[in-house]
Design a protein around this ligand. Structure first.
Ligand SMILES: C=C(O[C@H]1C=CC=C(C(=O)O)[C@@H]1O)C(=O)O
Length: 441
């Protein structure tokens, strides 16, 4: 191999990997440097990341193209020695709107941000791949770092997650009266034919009794919501955005696409019979089926121009610990090679978090919501050098900073939505995160 020129050493990504006997996930997340990354998804290995070997940020309408171009320039020339499972990947996400406002709690969150973690751990059933990624280092230095990190991670204890910090104060961004007014106004515009659906959200700021341990919070979420995508992104020291979302936006492997429609919600019953009754009521609800159909139909339309074949599965019920949703699996085979970021661009925001038509819905959201959505309800996930990747929709989520957390939750509104029922649904959707912050006693 030709020796590298000095300027190539300065900009080239070097990636080296080694196999480790299984370190505990939560302790690894607590041990790695910041910014930390966590990604868990059904049918995918869990990934823990620490530090940032490379950071790519962008904003504006073409933010995903900018990210893709910067990332490709780096990944295409990378010096990677390791198996496919341990390959360097970009992890991160976007703000819901194209531009970041910089309003709290999103001051440190740009409109798009992805990092290649400096330390990347990919867990499978019986072991993990540890990878060290670096730019501006020669391979020997990277190998030395790998050996040092390996020693640090070798003796981590697998202790149970610590208990919730406790909540001392709460502040809603939206009062019941303001909510009724907003929902009535949105429903009137829908009935007048200005739009067909809009998703309105609320935020809940909570003060904690002590700083929350982010790794422990994510571990407890994993115990209660094992079937959800869990994520953690940290654009700055102390600023964390995390969640356990049931909503996959899209995953792409080669030309195979997996996505789905998730919209329409009810609670869980106290008994099996009540739970079944609620599920049947949801399956039969004209309002929820309409709300759901708009999502499924839009996703199908968005994929149509890109796909050789689309397969829409049967509508069913997706049960989670606190809610049940209407769910339709949608898969596709693409006509030609595409980057997963192009699919993210085409699909976000789906009418499960935005509305229909999208522009009219975004106007209503901007005019109505008294807080900044930031990264709530936006795509979070990863992509690799081949353009494969996996993204979830960042709902059932919160920002956490020291003793403050801000939770977000929204509901789809259609012509026959009732403000009080929608209010109750928002409170139910705070539960996944709130339950892990509140103490039982
Ligand atoms: C916008 C959220 O949920 C979406 C996903 C599933 C069901 C939804 C609903 O029934 O309204 C929402 O569209 C949220 O949890 O913040």
């Amino acid at each position: 191999m030709e020796p590298l020129r000095t300027d190539e050493v300065a900009t080239r990504l070097v990636s080296r990997s080694v196999r480790l006997s299984l370190p505990p996930v939560t302790a690894s997340l607590a041990a790695v440097g910041r910014p930390r990354t966590l990604w868990t998804a059904p049918d995918e290995p869990t990934v823990v990341g620490g530090g940032a070997a490379v950071t790519v940020e962008a904003d504006g309408a073409d933010r995903l193209t900018q990210v893709r171009e910067s990332a490709s320039a780096l990944l295409d020339g990378a010096d990677v020695d390791g198996p496919a499972a341990a390959r360097p990947r970009f992890f991160g996400g976007l703000a819901f709107h194209e531009e970041a406002t910089g309003r709290d709690p999103w001051a440190d969150f740009p409109a798009a941000r992805f990092v290649v973690p400096e330390v990347q751990l990919v867990f499978d059933d019986d072991a993990a791949w540890l990878t060290v990624n670096a730019v501006g280092s020669d391979p020997e230095t990277v190998e030395d770092t790998l050996a040092a990190v390996r020693t640090t991670l070798a003796d981590l204890d697998d202790s149970p997650p610590e208990s919730p910090p406790g909540v001392s104060k709460r502040h809603r961004t939206t009062s019941v009266d303001a909510w009724r007014e907003s929902v009535d106004a949105a429903v009137s515009r829908i009935r007048a034919g200005e739009l067909r659906k809009v998703v309105l959200a609320q935020a809940l700021e909570v003060e904690l009794d002590r700083p929350a341990s982010v790794p422990d919070l994510l571990a407890r979420l994993g115990e209660t919501y094992p079937e959800c995508h869990r994520f953690l992104v940290e654009p700055a020291m102390g600023a964390s955005f995390l969640g356990a979302t049931p909503e996959r936006l899209v995953s792409l492997r080669g030309r195979e696409v997996e996505t789905g429609a998730l919209a329409g919600t009810t609670g869980r019953g106290d008994t099996d019979d009540e739970d079944e009754w609620l599920a049947n009521e949801l399956l039969a609800s004209e309002k929820d089926n309409h709300e759901h159909e708009l999502v499924a139909e839009t996703i199908r339309e968005q994929l149509d121009s890109l796909s050789a074949e689309i397969r829409v599965g049967e509508r069913g019920i997706r049960k989670l610990a606190t809610v049940q949703h209407l769910w339709t699996p949608i898969d596709a085979t693409l006509e030609r090679d595409e980057h997963v970021l192009s699919l993210v661009d085409a699909l976000h925001p789906t009418p499960a978090v935005g509305g229909l038509p999208p522009e009219a819905a975004l106007d209503v959201i901007r005019d109505t919501e008294p807080f900044d959505r930031g990264w709530y309800a936006a795509p979070v996930g990863w992509f690799d050098a081949d353009g494969d990747g996996s993204f979830a929709v960042a709902i059932r989520s919160a920002t956490v900073e020291d003793t403050m957390a801000t939770l977000f939750a929204g509901v789809g509104l259609v012509a026959d939505s009732d403000p009080d029922a929608e209010w109750d649904e928002v409170q139910l959707k705070y539960r996944p995160i709130l339950d892990e912050l509140e103490r039982d006693d």
